[in-house]
Design a protein around this ligand. Sequence first.
Ligand SMILES: C=CC1=C(C)c2cc3[nH]c(cc4nc(cc5[nH]c(cc1n2)c(C)c5CCC(=O)O)C(CCC(=O)O)=C4C)c(C)c3C=C
Ligand SMILES: [Fe+2]
Ligand SMILES: [Fe+2]
Length: 359
Amino acid sequence: MAFTGVRNYSHAQPDKTGILITNLGTPDAPETGAVRRYLREFLSDHRVVEIPKAIWWFILNGIILLLRPARSAKNYRTVWTERGSPLLYHTADQCAAIRQYMQGRYGDDVVVEFAMRYGNPAITDVLQKMQDQGVRRLLVLPMYPQYSATTTASTFDAIAHDFAQRRWIPELRFINHYHDFPPYIEAMAEHIEAFQKINGSPEKLVLSYHGIPKRNLLEGDPYHCECYKTSRLLAERLGLPREQVLTTFQSRFGKQEWLKPYTDATMKQLGAEGVGSLQVFCPGFPADCLETIEEIAEENKHYFEEAGGKNFAYIPALNAEPHHIHALTALLEQHLKGWHPLGNSDKELTVAEANAKGA
Ligand SMILES: C=CC1=C(C)c2cc3[nH]c(cc4nc(cc5[nH]c(cc1n2)c(C)c5CCC(=O)O)C(CCC(=O)O)=C4C)c(C)c3C=C
Ligand SMILES: [Fe+2]
Ligand SMILES: [Fe+2]
């Protein structure tokens, strides 16, 4: 096998640092064919579905990819905008804001790009683009605050798979999680406080995270613990008593048991108990997407109200808000330490030069 080499290398070329922001990915269009292509790639990942591969191949191709794409496409159409899928454009906006900050600090020494684990822009294409720009040090930030093998490790697999084809791999740093990073907790707290200043404080605040199969927890995935820690730190920072804040898990897939309590069952229960006002925030989703806009703000709102609940409000994700960008750049800078001064590693900057660069 031939490895991909570095083309047009010149010794005069400065070494650059690359920051790669990744998220899950989304279909290219809210249509059955595009959704099927996306779901095929996503659901063929053994990190996501751990059922033995041969058995799963028949279920996936014989049932799921025949039935689900049309239904999912219909859901995607309800959230699609002129700028495309919310997950895609929020990620693009986050990347642009982080790039602006990093360029202000380090100029052209740092390259900031984003990629998606499934679909487009594909990780391997973006890594090629970064290599072509002279990136020799790579910092990867998967936008999953809470570690899970299904998401974080799968992203690592994709980076490793790409590197396995390259002759000259860059120096690598990979952010595993940031579920308890103080600026992230602070950004969420300030965001929730700002929302409540306008909309009032609710009787109950539900913190809803994407679920994973319960078996993954029993097999040693730390995701469940990290979600509870995020909730505890956020509730403490907001000064809310324990009974006012609930942690739940949404977006089940398939027949097996997933992490409980389930968000939908909780909505029905709180509605039936006659809860007067409820706010839902999703700390595990740094960007609004199908799972927040359609599943929480529409479907689960309906469950709550149908069961008798009043005043449901969904608190939007942090998206590209300044508080969020501040938290993310603080996280990135923590992980860039020792790579300063960014730029040509052969050339030491004088103090005056470093100051002039703002490094
Ligand atoms: C099949 C099992 C799934 C696991 C395990 C899973 C974990 C997981 N997912 C996210 C974040 C997102 N998931 C999104 C959509 C989505 N998730 C699954 C399945 C699993 N996720 C499916 C089949 C879908 C597609 C939508 C559908 O057909 O209903 C999204 C939104 C994507 C978008 O385009 O908007 C996000 C984000 C996390 C964080 C996670 C584990 C911790
Ligand atoms: Fe998911
Ligand atoms: Fe736990």
